[in-house]
Design a protein. Structure first.
Length: 270
C-alpha cells in the first residue's frame, strides 16, 4: 500500500494505476472526498486503448487512508502533499486534474512546484477571494447542512452537485457516493480542517505566473462554485481554454464521465 511523506511529516496515501512508461496524470478530489470517489475513472484512463495514462490518485489529508494532521493546514500544504506523492512514485512531471477543492490544490501545485506540472484540468473550481464569486446563501446552507451527510440527507447534498433537471434521479446517480460514505463516514474534524484551508485559498493575483496549458471546465448550473469563477480562471491563466457544459452542475463527472479523458488528451505530453 503506497504512502508518501507529506508536509508536516504525515502520511499521504495514494493509489497507482497503469505503466510508469506512460505520461502521468494525478486525480485530485474535492472537499471530504478521498480517491475512491473517482470510481472507475483511474482504471479506465490507465487502460485506454488509444491514450493510456499512468494514474496517481492521492487521498487528501484527513480522508481515506491519509493521516489527519493535529494542527490546521493550508491549501499550500495539500499542494506539497501532491508533490510528495510525485516523489514517492518517481514521477518528475504530471498533468494535474482537480475538481472543486482538488482544483484549488492543483493551482497551488502549479504555483509552488511549477517544474512538476505539465498541464492542468481545473473543474468546478475557483481562484478564491477576493477575485472569485461566492455561492448563494441557500447553497451555503446546504453545504453546512450536509457537511456530515447525516443518514437520509440526500436532498441537500444532491442540490450541491446536481442540476435541477436531475434531482429526481439523485438516488440512482449518487448511489455509489452514499455507499462509499457509509463505508467511511466523513467527520466534523475533516470538514473543518479542509474547509479552513479553502477559506484561506486565494490565487487570483498570482495566476498569471502559471505558464502551462490549462483546461478550465464548469457547468452552467453550478450553484456551489458558480461558473463565473471558471471564467475568471480562464482570463487570468495565460494558456487557458474554457469549456462550459450546458445543463451540468458541480458534480461534473456524474453527468460527463469522459470529461477528464477528453480534456487531459489535449494536454498530454509528447
Amino acid at each position: 500500500m503506497p504512502f508518501a511523506t507529506g508536509s508536516g511529516e504525515h502520511r499521504v496515501h495514494f493509489q497507482e494505476y497503469g505503466s510508469r512508461a506512460n505520461p502521468t496524470i494525478v486525480l485530485i478530489q474535492g472537499l471530504m472526498l478521498d480517491g475512491r470517489f473517482w470510481f472507475q475513472m483511474p482504471a479506465e484512463l490507465a487502460s485506454d486503448p488509444e491514450l493510456p495514462w499512468h494514474v496517481l490518485v492521492p487521498d487528501n489529508r484527513g480522508v481515506g487512508r491519509s493521516d489527519m494532521p493535529t494542527r490546521p493546514w493550508t491549501m499550500g500544504d495539500m499542494a506539497d502533499d501532491v508533490a510528495a506523492v510525485l516523489d514517492a512514485a518517481g514521477v518528475r512531471k504530471a498533468v494535474l486534474a482537480g475538481i472543486s477543492m482538488g482544483g484549488m490544490i492543483a493551482q497551488h501545485v502549479a504555483l509552488r512546484h511549477p517544474e512538476r506540472v505539465a498541464g492542468l484540468v481545473l473543474m468546478a473550481t475557483t481562484p478564491g477571494l477576493p477575485h472569485g464569486k461566492l455561492p448563494g446563501l441557500r447553497t451555503l446552507g446546504d453545504l453546512f447542512g450536509s457537511s456530515l451527510l447525516r443518514r437520509g440527507e440526500i436532498e441537500p447534498f444532491a442540490r450541491l452537485i446536481l442540476p435541477d433537471s436531475e434531482l429526481r434521479n439523485a438516488r440512482s446517480l449518487l448511489s455509489g457516493w452514499f455507499d462509499l460514505m457509509r463505508e467511511q463516514p466523513p467527520t466534523r474534524r475533516t470538514f473543518l480542517g479542509q474547509f479552513g484551508a479553502i477559506g484561506t485559498h486565494s490565487t487570483g493575483g498570482r495566476l498569471g505566473r502559471i505558464s502551462v496549458p490549462a483546461q478550465i471546465v464548469t457547468g452552467d448550473e453550478d450553484r456551489l462554485v458558480p461558473a463565473r469563477n471558471s471564467e475568471i480562471l480562464a482570463a487570468k491563466i495565460r494558456r487557458a481554454r474554457l469549456e462550459v457544459l450546458p445543463g451540468v452542475a458541480h458534480g461534473i463527472p456524474v453527468l460527463d464521465g469522459q470529461v477528464v479523458r477528453r480534456n487531459a488528451a489535449l494536454l498530454r505530453p509528447s
